[in-house]
Write a protein that binds this ligand. Structure first.
Ligand code: ADP
Length: 159
């Protein structure tokens, strides 16, 4: 059984994230999308809300599970058993940081490898922070967020 973990902030989950989830779910037998606590970021959605949003947009994917963790990713993965980390790579700018994280995770947990899926070209510019920026200006979000969570995003933006 090939298991993978896709970790991130997902604040909120975008169609770029969803594209990585769908592709990884085809490659692996089981995929855990894990919302990680990131002390350096001040999230718009709570951990529970982010988990709920991802669950709603992955309902049609039976081999995808959504979880959250405040642990080190290397420890979380160890607890999960044999698995690999999946990350999305948008551009060169992602690479340096992701490469460093992959090396550190491997150092902390030598059983743990990281695999990268390159972003689809139409999503290379897309990030949660960009969506939050656009959200302030009433831009149509259809090309950025999964349809079913747009009302949640607008509600949160106006709260
Ligand atoms: P961000 O806030 O930049 O969207 P996340 O921590 O939520 O970052 O991202 C989790 C993972 O998903 C990272 O590996 C990131 O590179 C990847 N990712 C984010 N957006 C996209 C996208 N549009 N296409 C492909 N991968 C993406």
């Amino acid at each position: 059984m090939k298991n993978a973990i896709y970790p991130g902030s997902f604040d909120p989950v975008t169609i770029g994230h969803l594209n990585i989830i769908r592709r990884a779910a085809e490659i692996f037998d089981h995929l855990t999308v894990c919302v990680m606590v990131n002390a350096g970021k001040n999230p718009m959605f709570t951990l529970e809300e982010r988990v709920d949003l991802i669950r709603r947009v992955t309902q049609d994917l039976p081999n995808v599970e959504v979880d959250s963790s405040g642990e080190l990713l290397a420890d979380y993965a160890r607890r999960k058993g044999k698995c690999v980390i999946v990350k999305g790579l948008r551009a060169g700018s992602d690479f340096e940081n992701e490469f460093q994280m992959a090396m550190i995770n491997h150092k902390l947990n030598p059983d743990l490898d990281t695999m990268f899926l390159t972003a689809e070209h139409q999503y290379t510019y897309l990030s949660s922070s960009m969506v939050k920026e656009l959200g302030r200006y009433n831009v149509d979000l259809q090309d950025f967020l999964p349809q079913e969570i747009i009302p949640d995003f607008i509600r949160k933006m106006n709260a």
